[in-house]
Design a protein around this ligand. Structure first.
Ligand SMILES: [Zn+2]
Ligand SMILES: [Zn+2]
Length: 282
């Protein structure tokens, strides 16, 4: 069983719609510079597949997944066996629109989400139609829940502090091996941050922005993400016993360019930068 990173971008990906800074312009003509919306999947040798977050780039992500024989050999039917949604920010759930009657028209696809996220989907169009037509079957996942989408796959979900406009936000531990926290306000606001990282062999962590210099004129109190510069200090020491992998990069984050001095500094510190379609054996 392995985890595959389907998108390493922040919610808007790279290039970001409407943006024209240099990385966006480069990614518009260089496929290797593209970073899709934040998403993972867990794929086993029999082709069973769990999707973690349904990004706006889900069609492109499916195309990439079909390059993998284990996924391509799946029988027709639901494109995934289950979905886990972390929260209701654009990059993490709007891909669900493709599960409805105008597109894949999935059948009773189990979708795990917090009670507030389930409530949000049930109360708001167009998502309520997915529930009404039984394209998806919501399964409430409370803070601390342990889920088994199929025997041999264990998900432990937990609440993390993050700008909760519509719903609360989950992080997830997959088979006690890989920790995924794509969005968090700050590591210090989550008392379990270091202890959870220590428990895992691979940690995939929010690295939306590199430093305050990236955001001239913005009120830092409105930035609901840790800076990479802080993340390296906060988790310092843990990178030697496990893989500390940064992901969820905003289009402005200089580490999106692996040749940048900032990316090189991250690597020198013993941390890694997530790559599109990178996989981790569990
Ligand atoms: Zn996000
Ligand atoms: Zn978010």
């Amino acid at each position: 069983m392995r985890v595959i990173v389907l998108g390493t971008g922040q919610d808007g990906g790279l290039p970001q719609f409407g943006a024209r800074i240099a990385p966006d312009m480069q990614a518009r003509h260089d496929p290797l510079a593209v970073r899709l919306g934040p998403s993972l999947c867990v794929l086993d040798a029999d082709g069973r597949c769990l999707l973690v977050d349904a990004s706006p780039d889900i069609k492109e992500q499916e195309t990439r997944l079909l390059q993998l024989p284990a996924y391509a050999a799946r029988e027709l039917g639901n494109p995934f066996d289950a979905v886990l949604l972390t929260h209701a920010h654009m990059g993490h759930y709007v891909g669900l629109a493709h599960f409805g009657r105008e597109a894949a028209s999935t059948r009773e696809l189990p979708v795990y989400a917090t009670p507030s996220m389930c409530d949000f989907l049930c109360r708001n169009a167009p998502w309520d139609q997915l529930v009404g037509l039984k394209n998806i079957a919501l399964r409430e996942a409370v803070d601390g829940a342990v889920l088994h989408p199929w025997p041999g796959l264990k998900l432990r979900v937990f609440a993390v502090p993050h700008r909760g406009e519509y719903t609360d936000t989950l992080g997830v531990s997959i088979n006690d091996r890989l920790l995924y926290v794509p969005d968090i306000d700050g590591w210090r606001q989550w008392p379990n941050a270091r202890a959870e990282a220590e428990r895992h062999r691979v940690c995939l962590l929010d690295a939306t922005f590199f430093s305050p210099e990236e955001l001239p004129g913005r009120n830092l109190k409105e930035i609901s993400h840790p800076f990479v510069t802080d993340t390296l200090k906060f988790f310092d020491g843990l990178q030697w016993g496990r893989r500390m992998v940064l992901t969820h990069f905003n289009h402005s984050n200089p580490v999106c360019d692996p040749a940048s001095p900032q990316a090189q500094a991250v690597l020198r510190a013993g941390f890694e930068l997530a790559q599109e379609m990178q996989s981790f054996e569990l």
